[in-house]
Design a protein around this ligand. Structure first.
Ligand code: SF4
Ligand code: SF4
Length: 345
């Protein structure tokens, strides 16, 4: 069985930019490499252990569906949440088993037990992805691939030849890539690149919106959030039942609430209320904090979600029902946005 329908799963190793250019050579879309993964190889199943697999929001969404779990259940059972001072955004790592080889919890004797929903790094192997930082938009600029020459992997010596393009098609990587790009608009945001740091409450809100979608759904539908923004009724109904739609909304809402981008449009009555409040606040507290983004930035909107136009608009801080778990965080988050946006001319 070749890797078109077989099992594979090396997560790959972190490789520095010097190593990529010196040893591995960037691969373009039409460049070729050799690889096949099948049970007949002596390394079969040996690579799915003791690996660091970072999960994206879309990875979590796919796997929790596959397992029939809520996002909270999945996060509790299967992930580690490493916390280090240097981290600017929340990070979710797949938890390996406690056995000696530290096998992946989804590994079976037949290979990956969640094969069609396996995470992005497992799909990509043996390809790694890198981007040149010296392009005008930094890490979001020109990207390229390279071959991860893992010693353990005998598949790299098989005769089957692929172009990068064919590999992407074969492994259904395109959907994952689209979601990855949308997520990067948050994690590689210029706010961070220019030294910005999120306070703990906003980090927690970002974690909930990205990874704990079922909890985020409760926040969306059990608070007055949707009364404060212009969101199409059909889109709202889709968010009730469809996690991908909800994730799209979550990413837009985060760009609005974390960075003040005009990815959503507040209802006029909410804007008027916040303007009055921020003016009173400015009068009593002196100059407002630094505003983000610079005027004129922020434009991506999902169908059904209206973007602001003209001067940035701020939402009214949301009133929450008692017992709304996410409410306290969001109230802080939106309060801060209101304050931040008070500083935009
Ligand atoms: S998710 Fe599947 S492919 Fe990835 S490491 Fe685990 S068993 Fe291997
Ligand atoms: S080491 Fe390579 S060839 Fe062997 S099972 Fe893992 S991905 Fe397949």
């Amino acid at each position: 069985m070749d890797n078109a329908n077989g099992q594979f799963g090396c997560a790959g190793a972190a490789v520095g930019p010097e190593k990529i250019s010196a040893d591995l050579g960037p691969l373009g879309w039409n460049d070729t490499f050799r690889f096949a993964c099948h049970r007949g190889l002596p390394c079969f199943n040996r690579c799915c252990a003791d690996v660091n697999i970072f999960l994206s929001p879309y990875d979590v969404l796919r796997i929790k569906h596959r397992l029939g779990l809520t996002s909270s259940e999945f996060l509790e059972r299967y992930v580690l949440l490493p916390v280090e001072k240097s981290m600017k955004t929340p990070v979710v790592l797949l938890k390996m088993n406690d056995d000696a080889p530290r096998t992946c919890p989804f590994l079976t004797s037949h290979g990956c037990g969640i094969y069609s929903d396996r995470p992005w790094p497992c799909r990509m192997f043996p390809l790694g992805l890198a981007a040149r930082r010296d392009t005008p938009d930094g890490w979001q600029g020109e990207r390229f691939y390279f071959l991860l020459r893992e010693e353990v992997c005998r598949g790299l010596h098989e005769p089957r030849q692929w172009t990068v393009r064919d590999w992407f098609d074969d492994q259904s990587i395109h959907d994952y890539d689209r979601w990855g790009e949308a997520f990067k608009e948050l994690t590689l945001h210029q706010f961070f690149e220019t030294g910005g740091e999120l306070p703990p409450a906003k980090l927690e809100m970002m974690f909930t919106a990205c990874y704990d979608l079922d909890k985020f759904r409760r926040f969306v539908f059990e608070s007055t959030l949707l009364q404060r923004f212009e969101v199409d009724e059909d889109f709202i109904e889709e968010m009730r039942r469809d996690d991908e739609t909800l994730l799209r909304f979550a990413l837009l809402w985060l760009r609005f609430s974390l960075f003040g981008e005009r990815t959503m449009k507040a209802r006029p009555e909410a804007v008027a209320a916040v303007r009055g409040r921020t003016q009173r606040s400015a009068a009593s507290n002196g100059p407002p904090p630094r505003a983000w983004p610079p005027a004129g930035q922020g434009k991506t909107v999902a169908p059904g979600v209206s973007a602001g136009s003209g001067a940035p608009e701020a939402p009214q801080p949301v009133a929450y029902a008692p017992g709304d778990e996410a409410g306290g965080l969001a109230r802080q988050s939106l309060d801060q946005v209101g304050a931040d946006q008070g500083g935009v001319p």
